[in-house]
Design a protein around this ligand. Structure first.
Ligand SMILES: C[S@@+](CC[C@H](N)C(=O)[O-])C[C@H]1O[C@@H](n2cnc3c(N)ncnc32)[C@H](O)[C@@H]1O
Length: 200
């Protein structure tokens, strides 16, 4: 009960703080928390940020990968420019956008972030299938652009299939964890898969 109260009030806290700090979204705090725990960002790494709009993750990442790191961000929606971030507008599951990411990624990406989620219908069969399709696309992207020992952070909605997702990802990465950041609303089913050290 108290735990729930704390989470709801933390949630307000993060929304207010994001405004105060002129961050594009409260999601910034989720990535910060994940990074503090898993130490994913290093100077000069290259990053793909999927589902990037309005841009708080790119905003966070660009400060961590200075001076020579690059970010390729992609979203169906538009995004106001961020210095040092190359933005591609479109659905990354669409072949044209997918191959553009591969072309620009040049097999030299050390971190893939995905905060994208398909539209939630509330029908678990459909929602699980949509997340599964997203997962497969992201895995294909890892195969094409992620360097050995690279990392992946991917949002999913907690569901019955999660163990299956973890098994699939474990084939490709040395460690796979699930994280629910404090900044994530407690009533939201979202969790993040953190996949560390790409094996290939
Ligand atoms: C929660 S928001 C991301 C917030 C972002 N990480 C930030 O910090 O500002 C999720 C975004 O994913 C995008 N999205 C969902 N599915 C996508 C897809 N298949 N391709 C590209 N963008 C997608 C949505 O348009 C939405 O802007």
């Amino acid at each position: 009960m108290i735990n729930n109260w704390l989470k709801v009030n933390f949630s307000d806290f993060f929304t207010k703080k994001a405004k105060q700090d002129k961050l594009r979204a409260r999601s910034w705090f989720k990535l910060d928390e994940i990074n503090r725990k898993y130490n994913l960002f290093k100077p000069n790494i290259n990053v793909i940020d999927l589902g990037s709009s309005p841009g708080s993750w790119s905003q966070y990442a660009i400060n961590k990968i200075k001076p020579n790191g690059k970010i390729i961000a992609c979203d169906i929606l538009s995004m106001y420019p961020i210095n040092g971030v190359k933005f591609i507008q479109g659905n990354f599951c669409n072949d044209k956008i997918f191959y553009k990411l591969i072309e620009i990624g040049k097999n030299n990406i050390q971190l893939i972030l995905s905060d994208a989620s398909p539209n939630i219908s509330g029908i678990s069969l459909i929602d699980n299938k949509n997340f599964y399709n997203l997962l497969i696309k992201i895995i294909l992207l890892c195969r094409k652009v992620l360097t050995k020992n690279g990392n992946l952070v991917m949002k999913i909605f907690y569901n019955r299939e999660i163990n299956r997702y973890m098994k699939i990802i474990s084939l490709l990465f040395t460690y796979v964890k699930i994280n629910k950041p404090i900044a994530s609303k407690s009533k939201s089913k979202e969790v993040y898969i953190i996949a560390i050290k790409y094996k290939f």
